[in-house]
Design a protein around this ligand. Structure first.
Ligand code: AGP
Length: 614
């Protein structure tokens, strides 16, 4: 996480930097800062809290920075040290001439810091990054060459970094380098850029160089030179960014999250177009590059993901096992990477990630790739680091998701699993044709059904107000909607800060039932199908313990009104498709509760959209 931007050129440096940082706010937003060289001085400005605080500060200081032609900026998601002004980047060295911004974690910073302190470096912050400032400064004093100083210093760093560095004595120059953290160089006319991600520079240029690990770029207004870690000048590939500058707008919605929830029917339509024409036609999934024989012979699938993507993967397991008769293991990437796994060349490994950048999932994918597995990536960012590791790539095309709480990318990921499972089942002949036809038909009519639900939000709003003072929530479900319970609880936790747990309903009596009393809402996800009666019994058990009873259901059984205090109805859908429908009211419930409580819905505290640290 954290976002970095660098600019060298004739435009207003601070405007370019803060404009770029605005586009990187999804990477963190607890503090920010810029450093510029103006009037022969390195000047650093930082602010705690939202980026607007830095913009306000720079507006006051505009006379101090107007001669700047070079600068670097940073937006932070705190790892080392609390989010305050001192720990905000850029960081500097003893004489204050050098400034550095960093994304990543320097794992050996304690040892380096102790050594540098002994040698006279004076530290002000608790960050790992300040070590880099002092280390590069030390090397610069020895070599009088900033690029060489960065090259030598990075050889001593362990961990992950993307770095931009400027120095007062090195005119109009940025040194940029990376290892296991993203950084691209934007190429302009008489100006050049460095940034963690495309949106930060796309307004200015569509030509870019993606730096590889350990490469070092030297940017001036009229040149970009790239070197490998042995100091050989290289000819990097210049790529045309397949992006259009877009102004992200809430389109009249109060928050991006609400807008993104409403975009879900179109996200489904978009995903289906070109892949499924009618219920009678076969699924087209040319993105899967394994040949038919290999697909037929697949005997195991391993899915790795985090957070909401992990929940999509759990739904994916149920779908694939139901239609394709292939065992699917799903594991949180952060667990998968630190144990002995038996994934090998006979396993299809699927990495699921909205951002395509999540460090744990990226590592899991790299590990599996090294063991010879075919890697299939399901992501919303086909230009991401994870996508570059893919043997097969399914872009979910949900469009930019601004709200930190994932909504439309989740349903898009589910669509990828439905289409993958149908495609596999059709190749293997593992599912009854009529059954597949029914599922395909349900998918094709699903967008209209969700649209219908979205026109009837009042009941969900009312429910949100009634339960917004609850301190805890339990979501229960069985079967394929177990993941819906987990995802509903995650949405509520992350944006309203209410403690919420998703539980398999059958497990309630094995412990959590002890918590039930008249203060605790139990939301039962009761979609009609195989497990409907079972979950009804589990709901009865909660009722007998005086819990506050909420149902989410596509059943029209009027008797539910007697058992539940509140019933949230959704249009009827096939059980296998039901997670797509059931999640929508839960996203809305979380949204309205958070909004009612006055929380920062799109940028909840302590979170970032892109989690690039393990
Ligand atoms: C979702 O609402 C969360 N913000 C978070 O759990 C997210 O899903 C997780 O960090 C994984 O991100 P990814 O999909 O970009 O890999």
């Amino acid at each position: 996480m954290c976002g970095i931007v660098g600019y060298v050129g004739d435009k207003s440096v601070c405007e370019v930097l803060t404009g770029g940082l605005s586009a990187l706010e999804y990477r963190g937003y607890d503090s920010s800062g810029v450093a510029v060289i103006a009037d022969n001085e390195t000047k650093i400005y930082k602010a705690e809290g939202k980026l607007q605080n830095l913009k306000d500060l720079l507006a006051e200081k505009q006379n101090e920075v107007k001669t700047a032609r070079v600068g670097i900026g940073h937006i932070r998601w705190a790892t080392h040290g609390i989010p305050n002004e001192i720990n905000a980047h850029p960081h500097t060295n003893n004489d204050g001439k050098l400034a550095v911004v960093h994304n990543g974690i320097i794992e050996n910073y304690k040892e380096l810091r102790a050594k540098l302190e002994q040698q006279g470096a004076i530290f002000h912050s608790e960050t790992d990054t300040e070590t880099v400032a002092h280390l590069v400064s030390q090397k610069y004093n020895e070599t009088h060459d900033l690029k060489e100083a960065v090259r030598l210093a990075t050889k001593e760093l362990e961990g992950a970094y993307a770095l931009c560095i400027i120095h007062k004595d090195v005119k109009d120059t940025i040194i940029a380098t990376r290892r296991n953290a993203p950084l691209l160089i934007g190429l302009g006319e008489g100006e050049n850029f460095a940034a963690s991600d495309v949106p930060a520079i796309i307004e200015h240029t569509k030509r870019a160089i993606y730096l590889d690990d350990n490469e070092i770029a030297v940017l001036t207004p009229n040149s970009v030179d790239v070197y490998d870690s042995d100091n050989n000048k290289i000819n990097p590939k210049v790529e045309l960014l397949p992006w259009e500058p877009i102004t992200l707008s809430k389109m009249g919605y109060k928050h991006f999250m609400l807008k993104e929830i409403h975009e879900q029917p179109d996200v489904i339509r978009n995903f289906l177009s070109g892949k499924l024409h009618t219920a009678d036609s076969k699924a087209i999934l040319n993105e899967v590059k394994l040949d038919k024989e290999s697909l037929k012979n697949l005997n195991r699938i391993q899915v790795v993901a985090c957070g909401t993507s992990l929940h999509a993967a759990i739904v994916g397991k149920y779908i694939i096992e139901e239609l394709c008769n292939i065992p699917v293991d799903v594991e949180a990437s952060s667990e998968y990477i630190y144990r002995t796994t038996v994934t090998d060349e006979h396993t299809l490994v699927i990495g699921v990630s909205q951002s395509g950048e999540t460090a744990d999932t990226l590592t899991a994918v790299k590990q599996s790739k090294a063991r010879g597995s075919h890697i299939l990536i399901i992501t919303n960012r086909p230009d991401s680091a994870m996508a570059r590791e893919a043997d097969s790539l399914i872009p979910v095309d949900a469009g930019i998701e601004v709200s930190v709480a994932a909504t439309k990318s989740y349903v898009a990921q589910l669509m990828a699993f439905y289409m993958l499972a149908i495609h596999l089942a059709e190749i293997k002949g593992s599912a009854d044709e009529n059954y597949l036809k029914e599922i395909k038909n349900e998918l094709l009519v699903l967008p209209q059904k969700i649209e219908l639900l979205l026109t009837k939000k009042e009941k969900i709003q009312k429910c949100s107000r009634m339960y917004s003072s609850s301190k805890n929530f339990i979501f229960i479900a069985r079967g394929i909607n177990f993941a819906t319970a987990l995802e509903g609880a995650l949405k509520l936790k992350e944006i309203s800060y209410i403690n919420a747990t998703g539980y398999p309903a059958g497990e309630l009596k094995h412990g959590p039932i002890a918590m039930l009393d008249e203060t605790l809402p139990v939301l039962s996800i009761m979609m009609t199908g195989k497990v409907y009666e079972k979950i009804l019994s589990n709901a009865q058990e909660s009722k007998a313990r005086n819990a506050r009873m909420i149902a989410l259901t596509d059943s029209t059984d009027e008797k539910l009104e007697d058992l539940f205090d509140y019933v949230l109805n959704v249009p009827h859908v096939h059980e296998l498709i039901s997670p797509m429908m059931a999640i929508v009211p839960l996203q809305l419930l979380a949204y309205y509760i958070a909004e009612f409580l006055g929380k920062d819905v799109d940028q909840p505290r302590n979170l970032a959209k892109s989690v690039t640290v393990e």
